[in-house]
Design a protein around this ligand. Structure first.
Ligand code: MG
Length: 313
């Protein structure tokens, strides 16, 4: 496997109004792998996280304390977390409820993510309970985390469209985001779980949230590339002032409960675009490309990243 060096980086053309730097949340080891059928062992997951850390990823979501029978790929998250928690990047873990929280805390987690669905259908399908039951469960976790000094990010799923309900009402996004902020969650990630968002919709949703008093600095975008819109949506987010973007090396992942979903936005593609815009990420593109190729090989499937495909022979 060789990498073409002549075109290894894009030309750099900074644009007025865009930031000098953004933060990428690398989600391949958790959101990415949990949707992959090929189970990786603990050593391979630890190596993935170490490689991403060496590549310069500032935040790496490393695992999930969910039920092993529902998400087999995450059954060994406690062990993985133990082995990577002292790396220099932040290593948050996902917890669905108080049981998951207790397990994460016992493993030494100080940085967690919780999640809720904007739509009723996905709440039932993914969380196994209606929203009105899930919201107090997550609120209780957030209250406990505040007492324990644990940092919390909140994920909102199905922000821009739902496979069963279709259109998603922006007012519902604003309601849930406002509620999660009121519980004490500082940072929210807006998930386009099935990848149907378009740039104007992203702008309109962000403006509605900001209009409701939610600071743009607290919002991240989590885009999926199902319809090829992920980077356009990121650019729309950049123009609105978003500075945090989720992505997965090699574009691994998808959504285990939504048939139409393909992978996460590939970190490789995101870094290429941001590099071309002169926006710093702290990530070394060469190390990322190598990691991405290594991960694709470990999973035995081709990368979904157009950049990775172009750079790697
Ligand atoms: Mg995702």
């Amino acid at each position: 496997m060789t990498t073409t060096r002549e075109l290894g980086l894009p030309s750099i053309s900074p644009q007025q109004g865009l930031p000098d730097e953004v933060e990428i949340w690398e989600v391949a080891p958790r959101d990415g792998l949990q949707a992959e059928k090929t189970l990786l062992n603990v050593d391979t997951k630890v190596e993935l996280i170490e490689r991403l850390a060496r590549a310069g990823a500032p935040v790496i979501e490393v695992g999930s304390f969910v039920r092993a029978d529902r998400v087999p790929q995450m059954a060994d998250s406690a062990e993985v977390f133990q082995r990577v928690k002292d790396l220099s990047p932040r290593t948050p873990v996902l917890v669905p409820n108080m049981r998951g929280y207790e397990l994460a805390l016992a493993a030494g987690a100080t940085d967690i993510a919780v999640f809720l669905s904007v739509t009723e259908s996905f709440s039932e399908a993914n969380l196994g309970a209606p929203r009105e039951r899930m919201e107090p469960i997550v609120e209780a976790v957030v209250e406990r985390a505040a007492i324990d000094g644990v940092r919390v990010r909140g994920y909102l799923s199905m922000v821009f469209g739902d496979p069963w309900e279709g259109h998603v009402d922006t007012a519902e996004v604003v309601r849930l985001a406002t509620a999660m902020r009121s519980w004490g969650i500082a940072d929210l990630s807006l998930g386009d779980t099935i990848g149907v968002a378009t740039p104007g919709q992203v702008k309109q949703t962000l403006r509605a949230l900001v209009g409701a008093g939610i600071p743009i600095s607290s919002l991240a975008l989590h885009m999926h590339d199902t319809y090829g819109m992920a980077l356009a949506n990121v650019y729309a987010g950049l123009e609105e002032g978003v500075r945090i973007f989720d992505a997965a090396a090699a574009g691994v992942g998808g959504c285990p409960f939504a048939n139409s979903a393909t992978g996460n936005l590939a970190t490789d593609d995101l870094v290429w675009m941001l590099t071309g815009l002169g926006i710093q990420t702290g990530i070394d593109p060469d190390a990322l490309t190598e990691t991405s190729a290594w991960l694709s090989q470990a999973l035995g499937k081709p990368t979904t990243s157009r950049v990775a495909r172009s750079l790697t022979r």
